[in-house]
Each structure stands twice: as C-alpha cells, then as structure tokens.
Write a protein that binds this ligand. Structure first.
Ligand code: WQD
Length: 338
C-alpha cells in the first residue's frame, strides 16, 4: 500500500484528505504539532476508517524528526498542509508565519530530496490573486501583492516550488489554490475545530446558530455585489480532499521534473447573505446577525474558473453550498453534544 505523508494531517483539510486517501487505497502517515488541531481528529479518523493512522507529533521545521519519518516509511509522496493560516495574526506576527510556513517547506523539500521522494502536493490559496483582474479567476490570472504576511507566505512558497523544479530537481509538484473550504465529513466525526473566536464566516455562523456566539457581524453590505456583501467560492472540504487524491494520481505518469498548479473551487460565487439564508434553510432556525463595518483587507468578490482542473485532473466539485452548510451544521450539533 503506497504511503503518503500528510503534514498537518490532524487539521481540518488534512484529516478529511486522510479519509479520501485511505478510501483511494493509500496509507496516510500524519505529522502534526497540534498547534491548530486536536488529537480528537485522530480518534475521529479511527472511527471512520476502522484503523489507526500512524502519526508523529512534531514540527515540520524539525529536520531530525522529518528525517526519522522518511527513514521509517518508504513514502510515495507528500501532501503539505502544515502552516499557520490566520490572516489577522500574520499581520501581528509576521516572523512566526515566515519561519513556520516558509521554513517548514524548505525543510520538507530538503528531506524529500535526501530520501528521493519526488511527489508533492502543496496547499496554496486563492489569496495569492488578491482582488483578481478578471472573474472567474484563472490560474493564468496575475497574482497580486499579498494583503497579509500569510498570503505572502503562500506566494513565496509557490515561487520556491517553481525555482526547485527549474533547478532540475527530481521533483513532481502540484500547487492547489484553495478557495473557501467549508463543510465536514458526513459522519460528523471530524470537522473544523477553530481555536477561540472563529475568524472565518462559516464556523462563526454555526457557532452563532447553536448559541455559542451572540450574533454574527456581516462585515459590510455596501460593496458592488448583488446584495452588497462579499462574494466567495465556498467548496466542500470533501471535494477539496478528493482534489488532493486526484493530484497524487495525476503525478504518477509525469516526468521526474514537473510543476503545475490548479484552482480548486466550485466555480460558483455566493454572497455572505446567501450563506446566511442557506444556513437558515438547512438548520431550520433564524440566524442572529447585524451588519457592521467592512473588514480591512477583504477582497470584494472572487470565485474560481475550474476548467483546467476539470480537464486535466478530471475533478469537479460534487457538493453544493447547501450540502456543505448542512454538514457544517451537523458537525456543530455533534460538537455541542460532547
Ligand atoms: C469570507 C467572507 C468576510 C467572518 C480567508 C483566507 C483564505 C483562507 C480562508 C486559509 C468575507 C465575511 C467573515 C465574519 C463576515 N484561509 N465574514 N463575518 O477571508 O475569504 O478567506 O479564509 O486558508 O486564505 O484569506 O474567508 O471566511 O474569513 O470570510 O462577514 O464574522 O465572510 O468579510 O467576505 P476569506 P472568511
């Protein structure tokens, strides 16, 4: 059984990708420092898969640990999620983000080269486009100056990957630019576990829906959009997980020196108010919200052109916004029963 190392594999997208990999016949191996995840995710994985997923607790910047993992397992590839991802925090603590997000990628690439592991799927983000010049946004749409150190680390990491492949290294790499991941596995045994007050919309919505938060603040309704609120491309985390499996499979017949990148979104844009209305429909309860000032740095509208990933990887999002919000809500209900 081919082994795939998932860095940050106990995290939100990493844990769902472990499910998709296992279902596709791969053996996931996880490394996670649990700084933004919880070991309960590993228990959830065991309940869903009926087996333990081997894991290492530690930091991808720890070269000795990475060398230990690569020496203990004959890895077929790596999916690199491990990174800090809070846009606001990155503005306050840029060096934490550069050391972790950029530093850990360099350590990973060095270790992969040392052990001759050449297949890598990298977790990038649509944030590299800023407010795109064209919509829907294509992979050829120019990237913009990042709005935050977090976004800049994604751009820098993409550039590192391009330079490594340009150097002639025996590496086959895909960068996936995620849009807005939401939802949870249908079992409600794993899902998003935001630490503290959620910065992202959907976890805040479900916490407000369950009464953990008094009310949601909609950050501005005076934008140039159908209802004045920002537009995003919300993609079910299981669709996103499947895109990672398709990426690993796509690399199998590529030359030893290869790089490509893909947008991973639904191709549809929804406003904040549409998310609220859809949540009220799936939960059967009204959401308490108010409209407040715009959030600095927010992009007004962004959604993906998915033609390239559909044609080359044969991947297309299967779940709707309603499916994803229903799964997010069911996960929140399960969390509240614990
Ligand atoms: C979505 C919309 C907010 C909270 C960020 C990162 C991106 C990725 C996902 C890491 C916006 C509005 C939000 C709230 C609101 N992160 N909103 N009230 O900003 O599109 O993307 O998270 O991988 O890289 O940039 O996601 O969920 O924070 O916001 O009105 O309490 O919801 O203004 O329009 P965003 P988000």
């Amino acid at each position: 059984m081919e082994k795939i190392l998932i860095t940050g594999g106990a995290g939100y997208i990493g844990s769902h990708t472990a499910i998709a990999l296992s279902s596709a016949g791969y053996q996931p191996i996880i490394i996670d420092d649990f700084s933004n995840s919880n070991k309960s995710a590993l228990a959830g994985l065991k309940q869903i898969l009926g087996k333990d997923i081997p894991y290492y607790e530690g930091d991808c910047n720890d070269k000795k640990l990475m060398q230990q993992i690569f020496s203990e397992h004959q890895l077929s590839g790596v999916i690199h999620f491990a990174a800090n991802k809070a846009v606001g925090e990155s503005t306050a603590l840029p060096l934490k983000y550069y050391r972790n997000n950029v530093g850990s990628l360099v350590v990973l690439l060095e270790t992969m080269a040392e052990f001759g592991v050449k297949d890598l799927v990298f977790s990038s983000s649509c944030t590299v486009y800023g407010q795109p010049d064209e919509l829907p946004v294509k992979e050829t749409t120019p990237r913009k100056d990042a709005e935050s150190p977090y976004g800049n680390t994604k751009k820098i990491c993409e550039d590192i990957l391009v330079d490594v492949v340009k150097s002639g290294a025996k590496m086959r790499i895909i960068s996936l630019r995620y849009f807005n991941p939401i939802g949870a596995h249908k079992s409600s045994l794993i899902g998003e576990l935001p630490l503290g007050v959620p910065a992202n919309l959907v976890p805040f919505v479900t916490q407000a829906g369950i009464g953990l938060r008094e009310k949601l603040t909609v950050y501005g309704n005076d934008y140039d959009t159908p209802d004045g609120t920002c537009v995003r491309d919300y993609i079910h985390v299981m669709d996103l997980a499947d895109a990672h499996v398709k990426s690993i499979e796509y690399l199998q017949d590529k030359p030893d020196n290869y790089y490509d990148l893909f947008n991973v979104g639904t191709g549809n844009g929804n406003t904040v108010l549409e998310v609220i209305q859809t949540f009220e429909k799936v939960s059967g309860r009204p959401l308490n919200y108010q409209v407040g000032p715009r959030r600095p740095g927010d992009v007004v509208k962004v959604w993906a052109d998915t033609q390239k990933i559909e044609e080359k990887l044969g991947w297309k999002a299967q779940y709707s916004l309603e499916d994803a919000l229903r799964d997010s809500w069911n996960w929140q209900l399960t969390l509240s029963e614990k």
